[in-house]
Structures are given as structure tokens and as C-alpha cells.
Design a protein around this ligand. Sequence first.
Ligand code: ADP
Ligand code: MG
Length: 402
Amino acid sequence: MTTTPNEGRKIQSIRDLDLAGRRLFLRVDFNVPLENGEVTDATRIKEAMPTIEHALNQGAFVVLASHLGRPKGKKKQEYSMEPVAARVAEMFDCEVLLADDCVGDAARKVIADLREGQIAMLENLRFHPGEESDDESFAREMAKPVDLYVNDAFGAAHRAHASVHALPLLMKEKAMGLLMERELTALAKLRDQPEPPYVAALGGAKVSDKISVIEKLLESVHTLLIGGAMANTFLAAKGISVGKSRVENDKLALARSLLERADLRNVQVFLPEDVVVADHIDAAAGQVVKSSEIPDQAMALDIGPETVKTFREKILRANTVFWNGPMGLCEKPAFAKGTIGIGEALRDCRGYSVVGGGDSVAAINAAGLEEAFDHVSTGGGASLEFIEGRQLPGIQALASIK
Ligand code: ADP
Ligand code: MG
């Protein structure tokens, strides 16, 4: 048994289950990008490999189940798991049998006929409206042909969907997969026992996406570094003119209140002292200006070099660092330096470093920095909700007793 970081209730690990000869429903997050019927980025499949390999080595009959895209409860060929099954077959060098439905006769037959050396994959869970509505009778159908349940889809753990919530509630023997276990351990350390000094670097598009995480972090961090488009709203809230930069004008009062609360808690907040500006997001290059001198026609699209230096110094002195959200319009090389600079600072920091967030993780992968941190969370929304201290339905369901 492994003690869950969630409320101290016990959640079993797949390592605790007796898998030999048994049919295992393995919920994975194979919501991978596709182009022309091919998987263009197999990161999510790779991340589930240790769990799948463990189950196969222990003699389980593995039934993989995932959602893919947003087919909205209808069978749509463009969201078929077929290309994913093909990729899994290649990666494991074994036969992958795709059931053309995740419930009913089609699924039952494929699962019953599974032989050693084969893997079963169910068709897209979201082809049924019951998945997103957390429908119990749909979950019962999924439970019928299998003996055990394991959830390794951390990225879907914050959703009360049938395959991650209603289904495990019905199952007697259930556990988290190795990826899920790694996520929970790393994020719980950050949430519950961050070794001081604790520095958080936040960026990304909007303050409104991150309000609750900022509020929660104000309880534990010593230093908050704010960059990205989010910083514009904070600068504007302090009365600094940010030209044509992306700003949430309806969040200025909130930004001011967050700054006041930080002050009351003695949390040091650093906003960009300089920024990279351009007149257009397609500009080939930007120009560095002080954040107090952003021209009326310009947009702040990245943090400037002085800011990177300041943020870096703070990060290097931290014993715990959490980073979420790119520091600028990092999809464009002209405005990616701030994001890369912060990534390098986390890499060079001796403290415990964790990165979360969809676009942030894409940016560090693009910069080849993915090996540089103690933990890179695979769950965007799920990791933020976990850090906020919310109960995630997919994790609660694993801790329940049937
Ligand atoms: P994550 O997915 O890591 O949580 P977000 O979704 O909050 O991050 O934000 C990522 C997006 O924010 C990226 O597309 C990035 O280009 C954009 N962004 C960051 N800084 C700026 C900026 N200064 N101006 C415009 N867009 C920005
Ligand atoms: Mg995002």
C-alpha cells in the first residue's frame, strides 16, 4: 500500500496488485496530437510505457482506454484511436487489437480473446456521451469484461468523467499507475512540504486562469516571479502604461488585491523591470525597453534580459521552485528568450524544481530542457488543481472503498 498524498487515505499502486492472468482496464491519457492520420507527438504514450510494461511483465491482459479529442459523444472517424493503436504496436513491437467500441459486444470479444503478447485497445471513450456525463450505467458496461482497474491518466484526473470516476468507484481492485504515482508524489511534495525558500514563477496568457493557484501559492511561497502576458495586467494594475499589450482590463482590481495580499503575507513579488516589445506579434525581432517606458503602439511580448537576470538570481537561491506559464510569446523565437532563460535557471538551481502547464511544457521540450527538472507534470489543469489543494475526482475515486 502507498499512502496517498490526498488526505492521507490509502491508494494502491499498480505494484500492489496481483496482475497475473487478469484483465486490466488501464486508463491512459493518449489524447495525442494527430496529423493526416498519424501521431505527431508520442510523448504521452511514452510516459505510460513503464506502467504498460509492468502490467505485461506481470502477466496481465492489458486493455488500454483513453479519450482522444472532442468528438462530443458521437462516433467520428477522425477521432478514432486507430493511429494511436498503430503507434503503440510499433513502440511495443506487439499486436494491438482495437475494439471498435469501448463497451458492448465489440469490446467484450476483443478482451475475451486476448492472448499473451497482445494488447487490447478500446475505441475512443468520448464516442459515448456517458463518458463526459460520468454515467454510472455506462461505467457498469466498461466494468463488465475486466477484473482490475488502474488509472495512469493524471492529465484527466481533475475531470469527473466515467472512465476516471464512476468506473473506479464500481471496481473492487483499483490502483494508480506508475506515472500517476510519480505525479502525486512530486506535486504533493510541492504542495505540502516545500523546503524554503520557495519561489514560484508564473507566466502565461491570463491572470484569470491562475487566480486560485496564485491565491494558494501566496500561503506558501516566499517569492513570486510574474512574467508573460499575465504580468501586463499586474503592471497595468500598478498604473504603468503597457501600450497595446495583452491586458485583462476587468482583472485590474483583482491584480491589485493579489499584490496587497502578497504584501500582507510578506511574499516578495517581482514584475518585469524590462520587456521585449514589438508592434506586431509577427515581428521578426523585438526591442528591449524598461517596463515603465512601453511605447503606446507597442506590445510587451517577452520579459527582458534584466528581468531574466533578476528572476534567475531568485530561482538560484531557492530550495523549491515551481514554474507554470511561459514568460512570453514563446511560440515565436523572437519572444522565447525569457521562457528559455527561466527554464535554464530552473535547470541550474540546486533546489527541487517542478514545471507544470501545457504550453510551458511544450516550450521546455522545444528548448530541449525536458531533462533539466526534478519533475515535469504531464497534467496542465490537473496539476494546477492539485496544487490549489482541490480534491481531484479521479484520485478520490481510487481512494474509495468498494
Ligand atoms: P500553460 O499552458 O503553460 O499553463 P498558458 O496557457 O497560461 O500556459 O499560456 C500560454 C500562452 O501564453 C502561450 O501561447 C504564450 O504565447 C502566451 N503568452 C505568454 N506571454 C505572452 C505575452 N507577453 N503576450 C502574448 N501572449 C503571451
Ligand atoms: Mg495553455
